[in-house]
Ligand binder design. Structure first.
Ligand SMILES: [Zn+2]
Length: 316
């Protein structure tokens, strides 16, 4: 039964944008694209919120003329070019500049979680990409080798130390997320402080010196005491809050005994597809956001396990 979504359906992935990495050091090419009338500029504030239309349903992209008028002194980082040769750039503005621009342009600012649910797929993906780059730039000011200031090169995609020439690259922090199954049930957990009834698949950052499957086995063992085998990669999703890359897996448990070993979870339990359907229908179970890879893993499992389309029983 193939009633589960394709990985390409995951929000923020499969962005239809040519990043044009080969032109990031080509100043004449960049200048021409920055001035092309069709080019557009995404404006992000220091909290990585984006300037958006007043109704919050799309980003308020600046034309080259608007950029010159309102934010002309901010260097632009190339994001890429879409299928119609329209260029997209990131502008990182300070809070005052964003406030002023929002006033003049009758715009507002919106965070990525909200935008993910309201923007078009392309706009949400573009914002996620810009957000990841902007947050890396904001956090990367000094050389980790010698402490000297860095200077931006490659249209904001690299930073070079002004003293020792060491290069810094935008980082993504790999994190595994896994749906653990055992004889027709899956293992979900909740952390203290989560909304009532919310359960999710297990997740954690990959540690130095680990393969992804090692991280899956360790995280599941640390959080629940469950031993897993047969780790299979399913899908990934950038999660720029601020720099995670979620790597989704399935794994098979050897037994169902649960021991919350590291205290990260306040409860974990096994759920059959029927438990999930009834829990959601009764309102006692809340599933992770539609934006998340966790939701994708659950939908994938429900489709494969029971032929149930998760989206037909939920409205969140
Ligand atoms: Zn240095």
């Amino acid at each position: 039964m193939d009633r589960f979504p394709e990985p390409s359906a995951l929000l923020f992935t499969d962005l239809a944008l040519d990043r044009k990495a080969e032109h990031r050091d080509d100043r004449p090419w960049l200048d021409a694209l920055e001035q092309a009338p069709t080019s557009r500029f995404l404006v992000l504030d220091p909290e990585a919120r984006i300037l958006s239309l007043a109704d919050g349903r799309a980003p308020r992209l600046l034309t080259p003329t608007e950029r010159r008028r309102h934010l002309g002194d901010i260097p632009a980082s190339l994001l890429g070019v879409d299928g119609e040769d329209r260029g997209y750039f990131l502008l990182r503005a300070n809070a005052e500049q964003v406030r002023t621009s929002a006033g003049v342009l009758s715009a507002q600012t919106i965070g990525l979680r909200h935008a993910g649910a309201r923007f078009s797929r392309f706009d949400a993906g573009l914002f996620a990409y810009a957000s990841a780059l902007a947050q890396w730039q904001a956090r990367t000011r000094h050389c980790p080798c010698c402490g000297a200031p860095l200077s931006w090169i490659s249209s904001g995609h690299r930073a070079r130390c002004t003293q020792c020439d060491t290069l810094q690259f935008p980082r993504s922090d790999p994190a595994i997320i896994v749906i653990v199954e055992h004889e027709g049930a899956c293992l979900l957990g909740r952390q203290p402080g989560w909304p009532q009834g919310l359960y999710s698949t297990l997740a954690g950052f990959v540690e130095p010196g680990e393969g992804l499957e090692d991280a899956v086995r360790r995280e599941v063992d640390e959080e629940t005491g469950v031993t897993v085998t047969h780790c299979r990669y399913l899908a990934s999703q950038p999660w720029p809050f601020p720099a995670s890359l979620m790597l989704g897996f399935s794994a098979q448990a050897l037994a169902r005994d649960i021991h919350l070993r590291d205290g990260e979870l306040e409860h974990a339990a096994w759920f059959t597809p029927g438990d999930i359907v009834h829990g959601v229908e009764r309102g006692s179970l809340q599933l992770p956001s539609r934006l998340s890879v966790s939701r994708y893993l659950l939908a994938h499992w429900m489709g494969r396990q029971a032929g149930i389309d998760l989206e037909t029983i939920t409205d969140t």
